[in-house]
Design a protein around this ligand. Structure first.
Ligand code: CMP
Ligand code: MG
Length: 400
């Protein structure tokens, strides 16, 4: 018999909503009335709780596809909103692995404390987010991420992060244009942790905010020192994440650092990624504020994923960083070369300077010269290196 699916149900006082041991495919929100939750053991009823308007019940069997852990009876005439499994299913699957881990821990604990026979094997299926991994793997990864998070927090306290500096060469003068500050992490037992291993998690958990603040201060302190040794003015590129931009004290913090270190805002280049620009007016305001205060703004990784050319007319930026994905193939792949050419031309028309990233070979450099690209960053001129090594580039004349 096919049952009609109802989105709300009414029960008269004394009606059973469902019984312990039933299969369950929906949870309920109480709109009016009250219900009693109780367990039955050898025909003896033991009340667990009574619930009223706004409260939810019947969620356990929905989440773990197990049997009803208790029975529910209306204590008064009650009107209930029905929440079907599909409504919860996709949300649970899309949630963070740690949240799913916690749900599963809680449900198992709850089931065992109720000591009512139930099977919740299907919990694995539900919580594994359909990724093909089993629940154990997911849990392991989630726990590992929590440990990594702990280590990041400890590293922030202990100042275990260091900055490496990669030279950016001005192609017109053959001199150093500036450096990009890149954060590195040397963990006492993990060893060198790859930036992509911890920056993503730091971004997710907002730990990027204290890390970013430290980076800004350290990079500006180093710029102040470096500038004294350099025979011309250079800039420092600092990567700013979306989370950092949204922190209300961002500009106060930055101005405090500028004041303390004595660097000029026009020598501090804030690198943001295109992804941030989807924030629309928030990003426009942020960039405008940078301009007012005199900072430079570069658009990082340009041309990968999130680009929209309309951004370039909406946002008042100084600098376009052409992503290394284009440069890598620029010598052998005609299409990449055309793209770099068009990007360089477009940037010039819009009065933006250009930085080509990922230059490793002379041939690539030559193409950049032909295309009148302003700055070059890449292994051809130098890798990211610790301060002491990176400063050898300060007054160098670079091969062109
Ligand atoms: P479910 O197992 O689907 O069906 C019985 C419901 O009773 C259960 O979901 C919970 O919503 C609720 N329930 C079970 N145990 C408790 C408890 N200890 N306190 C409150 N509610 C409970
Ligand atoms: Mg960058």
């Amino acid at each position: 018999m096919s049952q009609e699916r109802l989105f709300s149900k009414t029960y008269a006082s004394g009606d059973i909503v469902f019984s312990q041991g039933d299969e369950g495919d929906c949870a309920y929100i109480i709109e009016t009335g009250r219900v009693e939750v109780f367990v039955v053991d050898r025909e003896v009823e033991t009340p667990i709780t009574t619930l009223g308007p706004g409260e939810i019940f019947g969620e356990m069997a929905v989440i773990d596809v197990g049997k009803r852990s208790a029975s529910v009876r209306a204590l008064e005439d009650a009107k209930l909103t029905v929440v079907y499994r599909e409504q919860l299913y996709s949300r649970i699957r899309e949630s963070d692995a740690i949240v799913r881990l916690l749900i599963s821990v809680l449900l198992k604990r709850m089931r065992s404390s109720l000591a009512v026979e139930s099977d919740f094997n299907s919990l694995d299926l539900l919580l594994s987010s359909g990724s093909g991994e089993n629940l154990q793997e997911i849990q392991q990864k989630a726990v590992e991420n929590l440990r990594l998070e702990r280590d990041i927090m400890e590293a922030i306290e202990a100042e275990h992060f260091v900055l490496n500096y990669q030279p950016i060469v001005n192609l017109h003068t053959g001199k150093l244009g500036g450096y990009e500050a890149l954060v590195r992490w040397n963990h006492p037992t993990r060893g060198r942790v790859r930036p992509d291993m911890f920056l993503g998690l730091a971004e997710e958990t907002s730990l990027i905010v204290p890390i970013g603040l430290w980076v800004m201060r350290q990079a500006c302190e180093d710029l102040a020192k470096i500038q004294k040794e350099c025979d011309h003015e250079i800039f420092m590129s600092i990567n700013i994440s979306g989370r950092q931009m949204m922190v209300s004290s961002f500009f106060d913090d930055l101005m405090g650092i500028v004041k303390d270190t004595g660097v000029k805002p026009q020598n501090v280049k804030l690198e943001i990624t295109e992804r941030i620009l989807v924030e629309g007016s928030l990003a426009v305001d942020w960039i405008n504020r940078c301009r007012e205060l005199g900072f430079l703004v570069a658009l990082d990784d340009f041309g990968t994923g999130y680009s929209s050319l309309s951004y370039l007319s909406e946002f008042d930026i100084d600098n376009l960083k052409i992503d290394q994905a284009f440069i890598r193939k620029v010598t052998e792949d005609h299409k990449s070369r055309v793209l770099v050419e068009v990007l360089a031309l477009m940037a010039r028309g819009l009065k933006l300077s250009t930085i080509a990233e990922g230059i490793e070979e002379k041939d690539q450099l030559q193409i950049c010269q032909e295309l009148n690209i302003d700055y070059i960053q890449g292994y051809f001129y130098g890798k990211p290196e610790p301060y002491e090594d990176a400063i050898r580039h300060l007054n160098a004349d670079f091969e062109r």
